[in-house]
Design a protein around this ligand. Structure first.
Ligand code: TMP
Length: 236
């Protein structure tokens, strides 16, 4: 597969065209941002960890019947994926209160919910990714009602699968953000990444944060936390 020109550069990844019009190459960077790009930094080794972790989890999810954009890991930082157009929604599932949920509703972090919650944000940096509901997404033609139903179902399957998977590694899956894309024929597939950038992961026994909150909140030990998750996932 030949890598052609860069199509797009985001905050954490670059996307390249290939000689196959239906395939892209994603390249993961060590760059980290938070608060809509206001805070910038580097998490050394993050690109490689996020790439390998995402691919591993996408393979697990495929086995559970969740279609994904994953095709083949090319090297430490780069992966061949199916071409999609991203549905401009950040789909957030929460199992335990934390982050913007705790802030918005004035509750402490760590409340375990009886049932997971789902929410959508409009993927739009200029507007600061505002929260929206399914009706807003349909009104703005970001997705159809049928697509929203498919996305919701897949998101809860992702949660059930990953929650169990992480628990076996002594990690609580507190919350996470995923994104979906449309293949050329309109099929909805899981896209983007699943990594400590996009999940809150707490050690089951100590509640130690093993994710990007260490960077967002200047807790220190960010690289070590990413490595620890990788070690538990891969036995590295
Ligand atoms: P929040 O509590 O800040 O809304 O974050 C919920 C989850 O979404 C958390 O696991 C981190 C992830 N997330 C992203 O992946 N990208 C983002 O831009 C934000 C704000 C959160």
């Amino acid at each position: 597969m030949e890598k052609r020109e860069q199509l797009y550069e985001g905050k954490a990844k670059k996307v390249y065209l290939t000689d196959d019009p239906e395939l892209y190459i994603v390249s993961y960077k060590d760059d980290a941002t938070a608060f809509n790009g206001e805070k910038k930094g580097t998490i050394v080794g993050k690109g490689s960890i996020n790439n390998r972790m995402t691919n591993m989890l996408m393979k697990v999810l495929e086995k559970k019947g969740v279609p994904t954009h994953f095709v083949e890991e090319l090297n430490d930082r780069e992966t061949l994926v199916k071409k999609v157009s991203i549905v401009p929604l950040e789909v957030i599932i929460r199992n335990i209160s934390a982050g913007s949920f705790a802030k918005r509703f004035g509750v402490e972090e760590g409340i375990v919910f009886d049932e997971p919650t789902i929410e959508f944000s409009y993927k739009n940096d200029e507007l600061g990714d505002p929260l929206m509901n399914a009706y807003h997404a349909i009104a703005l033609k970001l997705a159809t009602r049928e697509e929203i139903e498919t996305i919701k179902k897949m998101a809860f399957t992702v949660n059930d699968t990953l929650k169990e998977y992480f628990l076996a590694l002594n990690i609580k899956l507190v919350d996470f953000k995923i994104e979906f894309g449309r293949l050329s024929d309109g099929t909805i597939v899981l896209a983007d990444e699943i990594s400590p950038d996009t999940c809150r992961l707490w050690d089951k026994d100590t509640n130690e944060k093993l994710d990007k909150d260490r960077f967002r909140r200047d807790l220190g030990g960010t690289e070590e936390a990413y490595q620890e998750v990788m070690r538990r996932l891969m036995g590295e």
